[in-house]
Design a protein around this ligand. Sequence first.
Ligand code: S3P
Length: 170
Amino acid sequence: MSDNIVLIGFMGSGKSTIGRILSFKVKKSFEDTDKLIEKKTGLTVNEIFEAQGEESFRRMENELLKDISRRSYGVVLSLGGGTPVSLANREIIKGLGTVIYLRASEETVYAHTKNRKFRPLLNCDDPIARIHELMSEREKAYIECADIVIDTDKLNIKGVVKEVCKALNL
Ligand code: S3P
């Protein structure tokens, strides 16, 4: 097991924001799988979904995870909300380090994902129903991967970082 700090959770649960702040605090670099895929392909996640479809994006995610697990060093890593859905990915994620699930309610996620244009899966006629459907499908996968679960709904950003640090004994 390597010593990465891995943040998982639904879109809009604050993984990137919290991850960036946490990385400063623990003096580790911050990585974000969506950003790494965008850098590698020169395309936005949205463009990949549009031009090549979700399946193609999921293959890229899986390849990237395998890469990260091979070169695993201590980083704070934020994973895309759908990354833990596949069993193959979950097996890799569990070996990456300490996995923290930032859990948010459907209402919070909806409020945090107002700009759904950039989130292909929520760019639909009924995003509330979509969030409900996807969250119900994914909760088990998140829980299966997580070493630590932080309920973020009643916390501000500073509060979430504090809880994460407490849970990590930092
Ligand atoms: C996705 C979440 C997104 C991104 C893609 C698919 C998902 O990442 O990977 O749009 O399936 O939940 P964030 O969770 O960082 O928004």
